[in-house]
Design a protein around this ligand. Structure first.
Ligand code: 26V
Length: 798
């Protein structure tokens, strides 16, 4: 492999000639890009092979992260940086007159996820490899990721995300490692073997595509295994093979937003079993290549279930142990319940996954039978320990009223259950999952989320990264807790000014992007106030835009009222079937049209909706933020991870005491963030009292009334009915997420932000404190805690 610029150039040129029959000068830019990508993959392959043999030879325990989503984003430059070959390649390419950034821009974003849950999985992959732990991902090779969002006339349009259009060079297809996965059919008892058999099934082959996960400055290279469905030769008699092929293709075609309509539900359950069963089969096979049996399976493997989507892995491993390896139920259950650990990512009751028993029984007859037995034994146990407390039993049943409750199955089958921020875990233990916590108190634990500073600071904000390195040295890249050393310098006016310069430079980059994509001119000296995340009622993008409406109306009605210049920036995808969320997008765009074009106010107020928010766009947005909007109704956001990415890029959190905001505010202190709104307990009490009446707020606060009225009086749309559903949600469905209850407090908080911002050096000091305190929110810390408390892995030694 190349060791310096000259060797790189030689290799690059040789490969272009060999692959395309042209010289570097003649080659098309896509050919140069694909060549570079292949070179980096091959470079990584050496370490990949070494990692595999070290794990095998040392018989090391491995962790498998089962997740329906991995939002990996672009890999090329990130991998080059982690491998330490970025500068060599950049300079080598420059000698050929190639700007590496032009190649970088050709890579599409591997966007195999919806939001935080999928990006968390990707950050965990980076940390595992960078900390030398053997930890792999297991998921689906979706042909199309989450939709590509276009905004037309203010409305969201969904287009297919063809992320593999130019090819995905990182993956290695492993046809030899394919495994059969069975759907439908029946279960029959075989007298002679004394075992259940699954017959007349539709068999689908799961073929793995392995993607290397490169550690930062380590030899460790783990594997993200993505499964793809292919036809099997074992096709049911008399079936139409074309229909069969179509059904097989459907399995991995699309990523479904978890909150989509019932359409495609069966398909989603197929997906869940497909990647889960394939993953388990592969791990079992690999285990049996080294050990004589599965008795020590749990000593060599631990499987982390990222939410309930992969929970069928629990009955599936039972099935393999019992039906294929002749284990007795009790012995199999011992192994299974020492193998799995479950992470919960949501408090919202409506988001906890359930399946109709009929669907599950039809699709997975044997697996369903095993779930029934898990349920029967669990209920037997609860009866015994609760002295037949029937109400409790009803509340914890895995199977009830024709429904399978996946989170309950997950808790019963796992040795660890964790929430993703302290407040979230407390709420799970005290409320949502209290009964389970009483039954299994030792299973419950907290693992506050984290994100990787390497992608979200070192890679995406090189300007700030260099400033930090000049100030405290470069050890923070591998040890983000060293960022704390910045605390000694936060009062240094020279550093403060340099920070402000970097921030301005990054705001200019985003401003240029906005100009190019939205045609809107924004003022880089205005406050960049940014809310980017999935669109959901509980995240309250609506509160944000109502506040913008309020500021606009104040300025219009009172020529003496002028605000400090603000640019409110939004980015969000709405699930395609989520009508309300789509209306909020339209509202933001309609407000933008009015305020951006009003010459009386538009030097003070601009609104921008950035289309197609995803990992790559986030890398431009996070560095440019002054204010990070984290304004969910307290008690609803499990953790949030965008809040951490903003923080490490020197933005100030404007937020409620929800999810990880609580821990952010504890670490930076009240004077270095802006907290507002009802607290979790207050929200709960207000709801329980039955005394919350949205109309009271409307009648008693002129500002609220005027802003809410503007939704239906034609201010922002010629059709007064356009935003009627939003009005109805707030006023006649009594504002489920308490926007109006928090409105006044939010207005005050925004005032505090504007006041703080006007003392530039003080503001810079606050931002620097946020960067300094962001070390805790590194996924390296999170991973170390998982390793210590749950996974018990040893570091790889080379
Ligand atoms: C799903 C649904 C489906 C039904 C309607 C409401 C609803 C709301 C949320 C969800 C998503 C659940 C799983 C999820 O993505 N959770 C996110 O996980 C992140 C990583 O732990 C965490 O930072 C976010 O706070 C959490 O929302």
């Amino acid at each position: 492999m190349f060791k310096n610029k000259e060797e790189f150039k030689f290799e690059f040129s040789r490969r272009i000639i060999e692959s395309y029959g042209r010289t570097v000068e003649e080659a098309h830019i896509t050919e140069k890009f694909l060549t570079l990508e292949t070179m980096v993959r091959d470079y990584a392959s050496v370490n990949w092979a070494t990692t595999k043999s070290v794990v095998k030879n040392n018989e090391q325990k491995q962790m498998h992260y089962f997740s329906m989503e991995f939002l990996m984003g672009r890999l090329l430059v990130n991998n080059m940086m982690n491998l330490g070959i970025y500068d060599i390649a950049k300079e080598g390419l420059a000698d050929y007159g190639i700007n590496i950034h032009d190649l970088e821009e050709l890579e599409s974003d591997a966007g195999l996820g919806n939001g935080g849950l999928g990006r968390l999985a990707a950050c965990f992959m980076d940390s595992l490899a960078s900390l030398d732990y053997p930890g792999h991902g297991n998921s689906i090779r979706y042909e199309y990721g989450l939709f590509k969002q276009k905004i037309e006339n203010g409305y969201q349009i969904e287009l297919p995300d063809q992320w593999m259009k130019t090819g995905f060079m990182w993956e290695v297809r492993k046809p030899k490692h394919r495994v059969p996965v069975k759907f439908f059919g029946r279960v029959v008892w075989n007298e002679s073997t004394g075992r259940w058999e699954h017959v007349d099934a539709v068999v689908v082959n799961a073929v793995p595509y392995d993607v290397p996960v490169v550690g930062n400055d380590t030899t460790t290279t783990n594997t993200l295994r993505l499964w793809s469905a292919e036809p099997s030769d074992d096709i049911p008699a008399n079936s139409d093979f074309r229909q069969y092929v179509q059904n097989v293709r459907d399995i991995c075609q699309c990523l479904y937003p978890d909150d989509s309509t019932p359409a495609g539900k069966m398909l989603r359950l197929k997906q869940e079993y497909f990647f889960t069963a394939a993953g388990i089969a592969a791990i079992v096979k690999a285990h049996l290549r080294v050990y004589p049996n599965l008795d020590n399976f749990h000593e060599k493997n631990v499987i982390q279930l990222n939410d309930t989507h992969p929970v069928l892995a629990i009955p599936e491993l039972m099935r393999i142990l019992i039906d294929e390896h002749n284990y007795e139920w009790e012995d199999a259950w011992d192994i299974v319940t020492q193998t799995f650990a479950y992470t919960n990512h949501t408090i919202l009751a409506e988001a906890l996954e359930t399946w109709p028993i009929s669907t599950m029984q039809t699709l997975l007859p044997r697996v369903y039978q095993i779930i029934e037995e898990i349920h029967r034994r669990f209920i037997g146990y609860v009866k015994e320990v609760s002295h037949r407390d029937q109400e409790l039993i009803d509340r914890v049943m895995i199977l009830r009223d024709g429904t399978v409750y996946m989170a309950r199955l997950a808790i019963v089958g796992s040795f660890s259950v964790n929430g993703v921020a302290q407040l979230h875990t407390d709420i799970l233990k005290e409320r949502e999952l209290k009964d389970f916590c009483d039954i299994f108190p030792n299973k419950f634990n907290n693992k506050t989320n984290g994100v990787t500073h390497r992608r979200w600071l070192a890679y995406s904000n090189p300007q700030l990264a260099s400033l930090i390195t000049e100030t405290i040295g470069d050890t923070w890249v591998k040890k983000p807790e060293h960022l704390e050393d910045i605390m000694e310098h936060v009062k240094d006016p020279i550093l403060q000014n340099r920070f402000l310069d970097v921030k301005r430079e990054r705001k200019q980059i985003l401003a240029d992007y906005i100009k190019e994509h939205n045609g809107i001119e924004v003022n880089v000296d205005s406050i960049f106030d940014i809310q980017v995340k999935r669109l959901h009622a509980y995240k309250r993008q609506l509160l944000n835009i109502l506040h913008v409406i309020y500021e606009y109306q104040e300025m219009k009605s009172n020529p003496n009222y002028r605000i400090y210049p603000h640019t409110y920036i939004f980015g969000a995808k709405a699930a395609s079937a989520y009508y309300f969320a789509k209306k909020v997008i339209k509202l933001i765009n309609s407000v933008a049209d009015v305020v951006n074009n009003d010459p009386e106010t538009n030097q003070y107020l601009k609104v921008v909706f950035l289309e197609n928010y995803g990992v790559t766009l986030a890398e431009k947005i996070m560095p440019a933020a002054d204010v990070s909007e984290q304004i969910s109704t307290a008690g609803k956001e499990a953790s949030g991870t965008g809040n951490m990415k903003f923080m490490m890029n020197g933005a100030i959190t404007l937020g409620t005491l929800d999810g990880a905001n609580v821990e952010i505010s504890e670490r930076v202190g009240d004077e270095n963030c802006v907290i507002f709104g009802l607290k979790d307990q207050e929200v709960k009490d207000l709801k329980a009292s039955g005394n919350y009446h949205a109309w009271d707020y409307y009648n008693n606060d002129m500002r609220i009334r005027r802003a809410v009225d503007s939704l239906v009086n034609g201010t922002f749309h010629e059709n007064k009915e356009e935003f009627r559903v939003i009005f109805e949600e707030l006023m006649n469905r009594n504002d489920e997420y308490l926007l109006l209850a928090d409105f006044a407090s939010y207005v005050d908080a925004q005032h505090r932000v504007a006041t703080l911002y006007q003392d530039k050096n003080k503001w810079a000091e606050i931002c620097l404190v946020n960067i300094a305190k962001s070390g805790f929110f590194s996924s390296d810390r999170t991973i170390e805690q998982y390793v210590h408390d749950i996974w018990h892995l040893e570091k790889l030694k080379f």
